[in-house]
Ligand binder design. Structure first.
Ligand code: ATP
Ligand code: MG
Length: 382
C-alpha cells in the first residue's frame, strides 16, 4: 500500500542560509497545497516526505503543481528486513515489463547488508519471481529504488512536477491582468521563477460588464492555484478612456491608454512594494506591441517591466494557456476595455514627444488620482 510520497526539490542548489530559506518556503507551499487531505509532512536530510496519505492521486495532483517541486515518487514502506524488502520489491515489479535495475541506498548504516548486497539480493528475488523482467544496469527502463532509513522505502515511479522555484523567494511583482490569453500565461511564467504576484486590472464599467470583471477574477483564481494567494487591484478606467477619446488624436488612443495603465500600475506597485511590472506583451503581436510601442510604454514606468512572452508566437502562448488551464476562461467572449476604445488605424510607430504633447491636453495627474482612489481590492485565494 503506497501511502508515502517522496518529494524532490527542483532547482534549489543554492548554499548556506539561502538554501534553508528556499526549503522553508517550499515546505510552506507544499503544506498549504495538501491542506485538508490529512497527510503529514516530514523534512529529513533535505528530503521531503508526505505520510499517511489517503488519496494518493489527489495529493500527487496537488503537489506536482507547487513551484519548486521537481518530481515525486509514491513510496511503499515496509519493515527493515531483507525478506520483507524482497517481498515488497516483487509486488512492485510484477506489473512491469522490460529491463530494470535496483538502486539501494543505506542511510541507516546499522543495516547488516551494504547497498551492493541489497542490490544483488533484491535483483535476484525479482528476477526469480518475474520472468518478463531482465536486468540492465546501464540503461534500464525501470529503476527500483530501495532506501534504508527508519524503515525501508521502495519506489519505481517518478512523476515529473512543474519545477521552478518556490513562490516568494524571488520578490514580488505587479501583473497587469486583462481578460485575454496572454497575461495569465505571463503571470504563470514569472510566478514559476519564485516571484509572488499581485494583479492589477483596468475595467471600463459600464462599457464593460460585471461578467467581464468576474472573468478576470476567475483567471486570477486559476493562477493562484500555482502562485498562492493573490492581491488584486481593480481600477476604474472609464473616465481616463473617455477623456482621451474626447481630447486626443484618435490614432494615439491605444498607446495613450497603455501609458496610463502603466503609470497607474507603477504607482500601485510602489504602494504594494512590488519591484517590477509584468505584462503579457510580445513583440509585434498587435499595433501597441511594436518595438516603438513598447518603448513608449516603458518610458512612463519607474520600475522594470518584465514581459516573459516577448519572444513567443501567439500559438505557443495558446498552447501554454491550455496546459496551465486558463485558456477556456480566457476565450469567454466578454468585451475588454481596450477593444471598446480601439482606433481604426492605431499608430505602429508612436513617438514619445507627440504622445507627451497629447497628454498635455488632459489633466492626467487628477485622472490618475481619481482612478487610484476608486480602486477595489480583492484577495484571491486558491
Ligand atoms: P492579453 O491576451 O493578455 O489580453 P493582448 O494581446 O490582448 O493580451 P493588449 O490588449 O494589447 O494585448 O494588452 C497587452 C498587455 O497589457 C496584456 O497582456 C496585459 O498585461 C495588459 N493589459 C491589457 N488590458 C488590460 C486590462 N484591462 N487590465 C490590466 N492589464 C491589461
Ligand atoms: Mg488584452
Amino acid at each position: 500500500m503506497k501511502n508515502v510520497l517522496l518529494v524532490r526539490m527542483g532547482e534549489i542548489f543554492l548554499k548556506g542560509d539561502n538554501r534553508n530559506f528556499f526549503i522553508k518556503a517550499l515546505v510552506r507551499h507544499i503544506r498549504r497545497a495538501v491542506e485538508g487531505t490529512g497527510c503529514t509532512l516530514e523534512l529529513t536530510q533535505g528530503r521531503i516526505f508526505l505520510r499517511e496519505i489517503e488519496d494518493m492521486e489527489e495529493v500527487v495532483r496537488r503537489v506536482t503543481r507547487v513551484f519548486g517541486v521537481h518530481s515525486v515518487s509514491p513510496v511503499v514502506e515496509c519493515d527493515k528486513d531483507i525478506e520483507a524488502i524482497c517481498k515488497t520489491a516483487v509486488e512492485l515489479m510484477r506489473p512491469l515489463e522490460g529491463t530494470f535495475k535496483v538502486s539501494a541506498r543505506r542511510a541507516d548504516k546499522r543495516f547488516p547488508m551494504d547497498s551492493m548486497q541489497i542490490n544483488e539480493e533484491v535483483g535476484y528475488q525479482v528476477l526469480e519471481a518475474c520472468a518478463q523482467l531482465k536486468v540492465d544496469v546501464h540503461k534500464p527502463r525501470h529503476v527500483l529504488s530501495v532506501e534504508i532509513r527508519e524503515k525501508a522505502y521502495l519506489y519505481v515511479e517518478k512523476i515529473p512536477a512543474v519545477g521552478g522555484m518556490p513562490v516568494g523567494t524571488n520578490g514580488k511583482a505587479m501583473l497587469l491582468l486583462s481578460g485575454g490569453i496572454d497575461s495569465p500565461v505571463a503571470g504563470y511564467r514569472i510566478a514559476k521563477r519564485g516571484v509572488q504576484l499581485n494583479c492589477i486590472h483596468f475595467h471600463s464599467f459600464p462599457f464593460t460588464s460585471e461578467q467581464a470583471k468576474q472573468k478576470v477574477v476567475d483567471l486570477a483564481k486559476l493562477l493562484s492555484a500555482y502562485a498562492g494567494p493573490i492581491r488584486m487591484y481593480v481600477v476604474p478606467f472609464t473616465e481616463i478612456q473617455q477623456e482621451l477619446y474626447q481630447k486626443c488624436p484618435e490614432s494615439q488612443l491605444t498607446i495613450l491608454m497603455r501609458r496610463f495603465m502603466m503609470r497607474i500600475a507603477d504607482r500601485v506597485a510602489g504602494r504594494a512594494k512590488c519591484q517590477a511590472l509584468v505584462t503579457g506583451e510580445s513583440i509585434g503581436q498587435v499595433a501597441s506591441q511594436t518595438m516603438d510601442g513598447l518603448c513608449c510604454t516603458d518610458k512612463v514606468c519607474s520600475r522594470p517591466v518584465f514581459r516573459p512572452l516577448i519572444g513567443f508566437d501567439k500559438t505557443e502562448i495558446m498552447d501554454s494557456a491550455v496546459e496551465i488551464g486558463t485558456y477556456e476562461t480566457s476565450i469567454l467572449p466578454y468585451e475588454d476595455c481596450c477593444t471598446i476604445f480601439t482606433p481604426k488605424h492605431p499608430l505602429t510607430k508612436p513617438r514619445p514627444e507627440l504622445l507627451e504633447e497629447s497628454e498635455k491636453l488632459i489633466d492626467g495627474e487628477a485622472l490618475i488620482q481619481r482612478a487610484i482612489e476608486g480602486i477595489e481590492i480583492l484577495n484571491i485565494l486558491p
